[in-house]
Design a protein around this ligand. Structure first.
Ligand code: S3P
Length: 433
């Protein structure tokens, strides 16, 4: 029984066959934003057509950029570093933190007024982490609750380069500062405590930006015009993760996940799964548009060992914790996650939401301010579950239901449209293959 926002799933037989995950969300956002500020026409193949990058596409259109989708590829008519126009209305970033934070950086460099807002989840997420460095660079920005929450009103213009040390490892903060740095006088540096995903640093030099990486510090020189580009976006490791875990925990499964981006700043889950004893293998490693890509073979793994995850391991698997907690329920021993307080400020509070939903499935979970402890292995019980409007929670719970006793009802599944339209069709394809 299904409605558009609720699905009922029961335990599945072996999952078998081949799937290709949707295109990478992080790279899709960046391709659209960068293509808007280069000189000339850029082409993007395999852009993610999901709600989050569509928020970025609409935002760039509202800044005067023409973007066409032929189905086969996206064409962006870049207008150069100084070609954006003042938007006529408030820019709606939807559910997308990447759109809002990267645009806060970009718009800080523009000599016009703009306002960013988003849905109720995005309006609860911390924005001071990008607003503070923009203030230091010279942008005039006002936001709700003492400049910490959207809507964000920005009057940009003349920026000066800064050296900024970010308290959090966040690719969104890093990218916002680098985007503003493209417009600043002199050099702008950002230093983060641990390395976050590096798609921005990989792409910008390919467009002609002057960028330097020294350990955890990235420096960009302002004022350099950028060149149009062509890019093919690889599949999203964070979406592939749901199939990696499903293949590992559903008895008899063997799933080949093709065309997956395996940038090492993203593949922490793969390393952890190997440490747990999961049968996951990379095959046919190659490079596509400056990013490493492979196929991933995930097979049912009867015995999994619990692991402890600390702060050093968090950034490279930051989006995979909802699905990782499902894997942890099937591992022998207590899996402990610490140093992951950033999970509290994602699309939902992923520490609280996963603890609450797992308990409904009879899992013993302890909640810490910065993580979780999960006892395994446990036979999951079907229950009525809630996505809390969070796409990755919805998909993680759906995978859990495939090994649960009885049926599981999951409410709020329309949220999967944020990053993975077609998730349920692909899952059903594997069930019937
Ligand atoms: C992203 C960075 C991460 C990640 C998000 C996408 C990006 O957020 O969780 O899904 O594209 O830069 P933070 O920068 O807040 O860690």
């Amino acid at each position: 029984m299904e409605s558009r926002d609720t699905i009922t799933l029961t335990a599945s037989g072996p999952l078998r066959g081949e799937v290709e995950p949707p295109p990478d969300k992080s790279i899709s956002h960046r391709a659209l934003i960068f293509a808007s500020i280069v000189n000339g026409t850029s082409r993007i193949k395999n852009l993610l057509r999901a709600a989050d990058p569509l928020s970025t596409m609409n935002a760039m259109r509202s800044l005067g950029i023409e973007i066409r989708d032929s189905g086969d590829e996206i064409t962006v008519y870049g207008r150069g570093l100084h070609g954006l126009q003042e938007p006529e209305d408030i820019v709606d970033c939807g559910n997308s933190g990447t759109t809002m934070r990267l645009l806060t950086g970009l718009l800080s460099g523009q000599p016009f007024f703009s306002v960013l807002t988003g849905d109720s989840s995005l309006r609860r997420r911390p924005m001071k982490r990008v607003i503070t460095p923009m203030h230091q660079m010279g942008a005039i920005i006002h936001a709700r609750e003492n400049d910490s929450l959207a809507p964000i009103a920005i009057k940009g213009g003349k920026l000066k380069g800064i050296e900024y040390t970010s308290a959090v490892s966040s690719a969104q903060v890093k990218s916002a500062i680098l985007l503003a740095g493209l417009y600043a006088e002199g050099e702008t540096s950002v230093l983060e405590p641990r390395k976050s995903r590096d798609h921005t640093e990989r792409m910008l030099p390919a467009l002609g930006a002057q960028l330097r990486i020294e350990g955890l510090k990235v420096t960009v020189k302002g004022g350099t015009e950028l060149n149009a580009f062509e890019i093919t976006v690889p599949g999203d490791f964070s979406s592939a993760a749901f199939f990696m875990v499903a293949g590992t925990i559903v008895k008899g499964s063997e799933i080949l996940i093709t065309n997956v981006g395996i940038n090492p700043t993203r593949t922490g889950l793969l390393e952890i799964m190997k440490r747990m004893g999961a049968d996951v293998q990379l095959i046919k490693q190659r490079e596509v548009s400056g990013e490493p890509v492979a196929d991933i073979l995930a097979r049912y793994s009867e015995t999994l060992k619990a692991v402890e995850i600390g702060p050093d391991e968090v950034p490279a698997m930051i989006d995979e914790f909802p699905i990782f907690t499902i894997l942890a329920t099937q591992a022998e021993g207590t899996t402990v996650i610490r140093g992951a307080e950033e999970l509290r400020v994602k699309e939902s509070d992923r520490i609280a939401t996963m603890a609450a939903e797992l308990r409904k499935m009879s899992v013993q979970v302890e909640e810490f301010h910065d993580g979780l402890a999960i006892q395994g292995p446990v036979k999951l019980n079907g229950a009525t579950l809630e996505s809390h409007g969070d796409h990755r929670v919805a998909m993680a719970l759906s995978v859990a239901s495939l090994i649960a006793e009885g049926s599981t009802e999951i409410k709020g599944i329309s949220s999967v449209e944020i990053s993975f339209p077609g998730f349920y069709n692909q899952l059903k394809g594997l069930m019937s293959a």
